[in-house]
Write a protein that binds this ligand. Structure first.
Ligand code: PXP
Length: 257
């Protein structure tokens, strides 16, 4: 079954609105773990708009499952990862003006730079993941860099304007996941997933981890953190049961009926 890694960035977003000490993303991480999360993810952005350096250090001290550090593959962040030693570093593209990570990393287009950054992290003994669009060219480049995981960007699926477009995006995710696994790399997925759209993605064969943040934190504001995480863990388990009988495409159709 796919495991849930909870991204707690937006707990820090609320805190930074006042630049005080609460709510604490470390407390949210503890609650997420108690509710069944298999890992905690945070993104240290170059502009420090939500997670701060000290949060990453405190998360490393308190997380009992796995800490994944999302970051741009730039010198400053590579040095922080070497010092803090998260379980896994997740390379993402970063643009200062964007509201969230908008597209996958162009690993094929910046191959040497990303390969070097990947090898530097591997030499430090860290697992490495690259966040890419579901495109075979990117899958090949991630593998050639020596990364351990690739994370398929589910944003186009999540934001599809209608059911036929969503189905087409789901197909791309299924094909890319299959292609990557045939080539021997492990596959995660994430971005824009919520309780309504997660089932077909969680039903894709062989997906290791789902990285979900915004919808869980949004739901948690209304129903509490533990309940929000638990409901997502349960949805992923439901997807696994459905996948015994239905394809991901059929699950999508069932849910939009
Ligand atoms: N995976 C990656 C690589 C991301 O950059 C993000 C957003 O920080 C997520 C997953 C989670 O996306 P969302 O917050 O939309 O669930």
């Amino acid at each position: 079954m796919a495991k849930l890694c909870v991204n707690i960035d937006h707990v820090a977003t609320v805190r930074q609105a006042r630049r005080i000490t609460e709510p604490d993303p470390v407390a949210a991480a503890v609650l997420a773990e108690l509710a069944g999360a298999a890992g905690i993810t945070c993104h240290l952005r170059e502009d420090r708009r939500h997670i701060q350096d000290d949060d990453v250090v405190r998360l490393k001290q308190s997380v009992r499952t796995r800490l994944n550090l999302e970051m741009a593959p730039v010198d400053e962040m590579l040095a922080i990862a070497e010092a803090v030693r998260p379980h896994m570093v997740m390379f993402v593209p970063e643009r200062r003006q964007e509201i969230t990570t908008e597209g996958g990393l162009d690993v094929a287009g910046q191959f040497e730079r990303i390969r070097e950054a990947t090898q530097r992290m591997k030499a430090a003994g860290l697992l490495v993941s690259h966040f890419v669009d579901p495109d075979p060219k990117q899958v090949d480049a991630v593998i050639a860099c020596g990364a351990d995981y690739l994370e398929l960007h589910t944003g186009a699926y999540a934001n599809a304007p209608n059911e036929s477009a969503r189905l087409a995006e789901l197909e791309k995710l299924i094909q890319a996941a299959r292609y990557a696994q045939e080539k021997g790399i492990r596959v995660n997925a994430g971005h824009g997933l919520n309780l309504r759209n997660v089932l077909p993605v969680a039903a894709i064969a062989g997906i290791h981890e789902l990285h979900i943040g915004h919808s869980i934190v949004s739901h948690a504001v209304l129903v509490g953190f533990e309940r929000a995480v638990r409901e997502m863990v349960e949805a992923i388990a439901r997807a696994e049961n459905l996948a015994r009988v239905y394809t991901p495409q059929e699950i999508l159709r069932l849910h939009s009926a």
